[in-house]
Design a protein around this ligand. Structure first.
Ligand SMILES: [Zn+2]
Length: 400
């Protein structure tokens, strides 16, 4: 992992904290091993004037629906910091109410909706806060002894927060766990099964620490001999692809488009001797389930039977986990592992198919790395379901 900061570029933001925030956000976004598809978020605490000309501290935080890679100032929302801190002090708050209260705290009604992690950013008492879902760190966390390994690698100057559903519950847990700590003692925060936070009053510092943390995880994996399999693909016939496409379209009840990845690493994963075991344990981070569902379909010789069996299993998963209030999503797979051939994604358009193939590729890589550290241990089915059927995410999907 490379530190992309350059003084010559940064110098133009010397007196422009927001410009600098946009700059390092984009640097993070350029690194696909740190953030994928709208994942990750960043913020800045900055002095602003409210509508009556009073000075106050604002949280300038990434808006939802923006990708860090291409974010601009217009992609951030400015919120009253105090109003967010007030939310953190509530013992309970439904996520839909949190979103509403966040909107009420906005200084400019034209700004995008702030990230659902805004309250968490508010709690961290430093000007610059960076958050990513770094692949290498997740490869270490998502294992049997993930917590011990994280401690071993990063030492005691790291806060470790156990997994809890993102949104208000997570903000509240961080609030409770850090109420009496001296933040200056800590260099970063690890959220188990979720990602990494770094923070500093200096933009360069916070960014560089994120890169350093990811690089340290990468080095640890390398030293442990963790590697991914590479293989050459067998050819995929147009007839087979069309038949797969039709089967998925039938189940999804709409015409879908395919994206086939036959890169050596995609094929290497598809040939893995333990494929049926390791590919069906769960996703990299719970939010991936919103785009890509919990697990892929593994294609056997009879494509349509594989896809139908996936859809039966998806319906059973819904029944096992629903509280009775949710409406089931369509049971069609979003991606497939095709042994010997590679990875396939299914989207209602090319953009969706592209998003999903990116997620699939990173998932396949991280699973293999974790297997070297004693075994891939993602979140449980129930924990994934909670996020896949999160009211806020359902609303987001409808707007896509
Ligand atoms: Zn996150």
């Amino acid at each position: 992992m490379q530190n992309r900061w350059t003084e010559t570029e940064a110098i133009s933001f010397a007196n422009d904290p927001k410009g600098l925030r946009v700059y390092t956000s984009r640097l993070l976004g350029q690194e696909k091993d740190l953030v994928l598809q709208g994942g990750g978020n960043t913020s800045l605490k900055v002095d602003e004037m409210d509508g009556d000309g009073n000075r106050l501290t604002a949280l300038f935080v990434k808006g939802s629906g923006w990708d860090l890679e291409s974010i601009e100032e217009a992609g951030f929302a400015s919120l009253q910091l105090d109003a967010l801190l007030e939310l953190a002090r509530l013992e309970k708050l439904a996520d839909s109410d949190m979103v509403q209260r966040q909107r009420e705290a906005m200084l400019n009604s034209g700004d995008p909706n702030p990230s659902v992690e805004a309250v968490l950013h508010a709690i961290i008492p430093f000007r610059y806060v960076d958050h990513t879902h770094a692949d290498a760190v997740l490869a270490i966390m998502n294992t049997e002894n993930g917590k011990e390994l994280i401690k071993e690698i990063y030492g005691d100057r790291i806060l470790i927060i156990p997994y809890v559903m993102p949104g208000f519950k997570l903000a509240r847990m961080v609030y409770e766990q850090t109420r009496n700590i001296d933040w200056n003692r800590y260099k970063g925060m690890m959220l188990m099964h979720h990602g990494v936070f770094t923070f500093s009053n200096d933009a360069h510092d916070s960014y560089s620490r994120m890169i350093e943390f990811a690089a340290r995880a990468e080095a640890y994996l390398q030293d442990s001999g963790a590697e991914i399999r590479l293989a050459e693909p067998q050819s995929a016939s147009p007839d087979s692809l069309e038949s797969i496409r039709r089967s998925v379209s039938d189940i999804r009840e709409r015409s879908i488009t395919l994206n086939l990845d036959q890169s050596p690493d995609a094929v290497g994963f598809s040939n893995h001797p333990d494929l049926s075991q390791i590919a069906t344990r769960g996703p990299l981070t719970p939010d991936h389930s919103i785009f890509a569902k919990r697990i892929p379909v593994i294609l056997q010789e009879d494509f349509s039977e594989s896809i139908e069996s996936y859809s039966r299993e998806y319906k059973a998963y819904f029944e096992r986990n629903t509280n009775g209030d949710q409406a089931r999503l369509d049971p069609a797979p979003r991606w497939a592992v095709w042994p010997g051939k590679g990875l396939l994604s299914f989207g209602s358009n090319q953009k969706e198919a592209k998003t999903i193939i990116d997620i699939a590729r990173h998932t396949a890589k991280v699973i293999q790395l974790s297997e070297h550290l004693g075994g891939w241990r993602p979140l449980t089915e129930a924990e994934i379901f909670e996020v896949e059927y999160w009211e806020l995410e359902q609303a987001k999907l409808k707007n896509r």
